[in-house]
Design a protein around this ligand. Structure first.
Ligand code: FES
Length: 318
């Protein structure tokens, strides 16, 4: 695992319940580069690792900025970020990865955010502006108090404030954004991106089901499907020569870790990509949101934290 030690340089209030956290290398060295849409996995206390999208401009090399919503149903990650981290704290994180890459050549880009799902899109807008590309944002939040980055968005919208459409469904007269209508009005070659809660992403996927897959981009923060824990299959590890049985009730990751095999992982929900492992033989039962349906069909990679196996044996490049 390629971890980097960083220091928390600043915490900023962004909206009700949302703070941003700016990390820099302690020696002010450059940090690994990233592209818009990327995320970092932050190692917190108690063995918790959480993925957060980078929201600063992707040309910056001196800092990483993430924004975190204090989730009342938090499994510990957002609560730690909000309650335990202090300016000056040293934190380990992993080099950025990108499962939500921006197509920089699209004729028009439509970005749709739900709540804290705005974070990767902020970095994308900055990049599209720098490239002089055409873009439009639909940003859904409960009300204006909970919408982060409003001043930055006004600035990025520049002379065309009609590029940014806020949708506050819990304000008087508000309603849930009509995603079918947004998609129906999109120019034929537009690329559409959506990041937000699972019900919103499900609606987005339904609304865009008739579009070419390469024009549709989705970023999940949490699992859409339950992990495959039926078990009853065997893992053959090609490099170490080991054979491991995956018992019912366990994931492949559980079985690998129990056997002392070091596998990188973070979210354990099939959304971050940290546990991606090459498949040399066999057919995985894919349950992740990292690979596209086309990539899953190739069956040469699997997220071992959540996926199972359709074949009796999977041969992994481990
Ligand atoms: S650990 Fe995040 S996808 Fe498997």
């Amino acid at each position: 695992m390629n971890t980097i030690e960083v220091r928390l340089q600043a915490i900023r209030f962004e909206a009700e319940g949302i703070q941003s956290f700016e990390f820099r290398a302690p020696d002010e060295q450059e940090l690994p580069a990233f592209a818009a849409g990327a995320h970092v996995d932050i190692h917190l206390s108690d063995g918790i690792v959480r993925s957060y999208s980078l929201c600063n401009p992707s040309h910056e090399r001196h800092r990483y900025v993430v924004a975190v919503n204090k989730d009342l149903r938090s499994r510990g990650g957002s609560r730690q970020m909000h309650e335990r981290l202090r300016v000056g704290s040293k934190v380990l994180l992993e080099a950025p990865r990108n499962n939500f890459a921006l197509d920089e050549k699209a004729e028009h880009t439509i970005l749709i955010a739900g709540g804290i799902g705005i974070t990767p899109l902020i970095s994308m807008i900055e990049r599209l502006e720098a490239l002089g590309r055409s873009w439009e944002l639909f940003y859904c939040a409960r009300n204006r108090r909970t919408a982060a980055f409003r001043a930055a968005l006004d600035r990025l919208a520049g002379a065309r404030p009609d590029r940014v459409h806020f949708n506050f469904d819990q304000e008087p007269g508000g309603a849930v954004l009509d995603l079918q209508a947004v998609v129906a009005c999109a120019p034929p070659k537009a690329h559409l991106y959506c990041c937000g809660p699972v019900p919103m992403l499900a609606s987005f996927e339904e609304a865009t089901s008739g579009l070419p897959r390469e024009q549709v981009h989705v970023e999940y923060f949490s699992a859409k499907e339950a992990p495959a824990v039926v078990g009853g299959f065997t893992l053959q590890l090609a490099r170490s020569g080991k054979t491991i049985q995956v018992e019912p009730g366990k994931t492949m990751l559980d079985a690998l870790l129990a056997a002392g095999i070091k596998v990188p992982y973070s979210c354990k929900e099939g959304v971050c990509g940290a546990c991606e492992t090459m498949v040399l033989e066999g057919t995985p039962d894919h349950r992740d949101q990292v690979l596209t349906p086309g990539e899953q069909a190739v069956n040469d990679r699997v997220m071992v934290c959540c996926s199972g196996s359709k074949s009796e044996t999977l041969v992994l490049d481990l």
